[in-house]
Design a protein around this ligand. Structure first.
Ligand SMILES: [Zn+2]
Length: 562
């Protein structure tokens, strides 16, 4: 009885006063501490001190601070609670890498095992998997990613999907699910229709540990001391450029992890992405930084509800119930400098933040359960790239693929348009069902608008578009060059070459793109200066125009389109 009372007293002290000792210890050992404060009191200080919110519930807010900001919080005299560290249930036995693979990732790997597994699995399935190192941190630890697809060595025209986890180093559930998902896709290729479809028609990038310095804070052989921040005690998910608050919204330099990811995002185009976290169980879709909704809010709700429903079904409604399992990011709590908004705003990618478990540092005996809860949800989520509007944009003359912008008129806002991927000119736009007015544009080409395109959110809608090159001086199909009007341009059967002043006769020399003279024609006043061009193949031509009886002469580009 006495012991229990002492314990209770101790607990109450910690709970109500913000017991200094554990905070100091945590700050010393980990460089961070997680605090809990009542809503109303949090509001009083949130604008004075930058607090890295981890979770918000109906009555309180949990947030992380480093040592300096902890001291500022203490100075405010506002009561808070220091959250105890999550104790980790880990199997202490030392397993080798092969056992790790064969037991389907049923325990946390050491950093060395992680590094080895990323190589070994890729080597076991070279037709499906490649390991790539996105960068090395000052600590020597690497940001490692798997690239997965059928025909992995070929650059096929298909959507790219990015999955990364654990950028908050102590939110480890997602990393385990990444291993299990990768292995599941490979093991079930050819037998399970979804796995087959996903690997056949996408390139899927999987990065289990986005903040290995945080995860292996206690050393390479344990995740038990995993922490949220990186080695510099910076929250990486507050460190990206922000659509609302601009560069360096957290006041910190871009961290090595941030720079590595920004480089990666600049080198590839992702259609769909997910960023896995822990501390809650909810699908958090954009935006995080402002209250505005995205142009595709209906689509986000549909995808989010699908994810949540899959989780509810798999867990008999005992999981993913917070806020019904789906929330708009800002409505839950505002985040500035998050990667989700960065990817959506600057890379025209649909990235979501998925919070996988209330327990951040998931015990090993719960790995299988969490995988079973999320398996169908993850597979269906990835399938989103197989739906919506897609196609190719090409040059109408050469047939070559174009870097083009695809935007939905009277719909798009805040960078919700997409671009074609080079070198194939393919594009993907995931959408809720409806009629859309689609504009295709590319630098140096005449834009095209297609009205009333029906898109079924559960099916593929193909729309291939050829754009015609702009001719110099050409506006609205009429060229005004050196005193001549040349139209129509592009042309198919005939062209009218009208001089600014009346002349009797014009000689037109027609040169092809290589500069070779292919034809000479005459146009006269009686024939309204019309020439027949039916004999010319599709392509760009240079016309040299001479007046027979005056000094009038000029040159014009002519486009023949069939
Ligand atoms: Zn997180």
């Amino acid at each position: 009885m006495f012991k229990i009372n002492v314990f209770l007293a101790f607990f109450i002290l910690i709970s109500s006063l913000g017991f200094a000792q554990p905070a100091t210890m945590q700050l010393k050992e980990r460089g961070e501490v997680c605090l809990k404060m009542k809503h109303a009191e949090f509001q009083l200080i949130k604008d004075q001190i930058r607090l890295d919110i981890s979770s918000v519930s109906t009555d309180s807010v949990e947030f992380y601070v480093d040592k300096n900001r902890y001291e500022l919080v203490v100075k405010t005299m506002i009561p808070f609670r220091v959250l105890p560290l999550e104790t980790l249930l880990v199997n202490e036995a030392k397993f080798d890498v092969q056992y790790l693979l064969s037991s389907d990732f049923s325990f946390y790997p050491t950093y060395e095992q992680y590094d080895s597994v990323m190589t070994i699995l890729a080597n076991m399935y070279p037709q499906f998997m490649q390991r790539q190192d996105l960068g090395t941190l000052p600590s020597g630890r690497k940001i490692i990613i798997w690239k997965m697809s059928k025909n992995i060595s070929q650059d096929e025209p298909e959507p790219h999907i990015l999955l990364t986890s654990t950028m908050h180093g102590n939110e480890t559930t997602g990393a385990i699910l990444m291993f299990k998902l990768a292995k599941y896709l490979i093991d079930n290729y050819g037998t399970d229709s979804l796995s087959t479809l996903l690997l056949d028609s996408n390139t899927i990038w999987i990065n289990p540990f986005a903040n290995p310095d945080g995860t292996y804070n206690g050393g390479n052989h344990t995740v038990a001391q995993a922490k949220r921040y990186n080695a510099n005690n910076v929250d990486i998910n507050r460190n990206f450029p922000d659509p609302d608050d601009g560069p360096h919204p957290d006041g910190n330099a871009y961290q090595p992890e941030t720079v590595i990811f920004m480089d990666f995002a600049n080198n590839y185009q992702f259609t769909l992405a997910a960023n896995f976290h822990g501390g809650a169980e909810v699908f958090n879709y954009p935006w995080d930084t402002w209250s505005k909704l995205t142009a595709d809010d209906d689509w986000w709700q549909k995808i989010g509800n699908q994810y949540a429903t899959n989780c509810h079904n798999a867990a008999n409604n005992s999981y993913f119930t917070f806020l019904g399992g789906v929330t708009n990011g800002y409505q839950w709590y505002e985040v500035t400098g998050g990667r989700q908004d960065y990817m959506n705003f600057w890379h025209n990618c649909r990235e979501v933040t998925i919070e996988l478990s209330n327990t951040k540092l998931l015990p090993e005996n719960q790995f299988s359960t969490l995988w079973n809860y999320n398996k169908q949800a993850l597979l269906d989520f990835l399938c989103a790239t197989n739906q919506g509007l897609r196609g190719y944009v090409t040059d109408s003359v050469t047939g070559l693929p174009l870097k083009a912008k695809i935007e939905l008129l009277n719909h798009d806002k805040d960078s919700s348009h997409v671009y074609t991927y080079m070198p194939h000119g393919n594009y993907y736009r995931m959408l809720d069902s409806g009629f859309y007015q689609v504009k295709y544009s590319a630098s140096g080409y005449n834009a095209k608008v297609v009205d009333s395109v029906w898109v079924d959110s559960d099916a593929k809608t193909w729309l291939n578009i050829a754009l015609s090159p702009k001719i110099s001086g050409l506006e609205n199909g009429i060229g005004l060059i050196d005193g001549f009007t040349v139209f129509p341009n592009p042309a198919t059967d005939f062209v009218i070459i009208k001089p600014k002043t009346l002349v009797e006769k014009l000689q037109i020399q027609i040169y092809d793109a290589s500069g070779k003279l292919v034809d000479t024609k005459w146009a006269d006043r009686g024939g309204f200066y019309t020439i027949d061009v039916k004999n010319l193949e599709s392509g760009v031509y240079m016309l040299k125009i001479f007046s027979a009886c005056s000094s009038l002469e000029g040159a014009a580009k002519l486009l023949i389109e069939r």
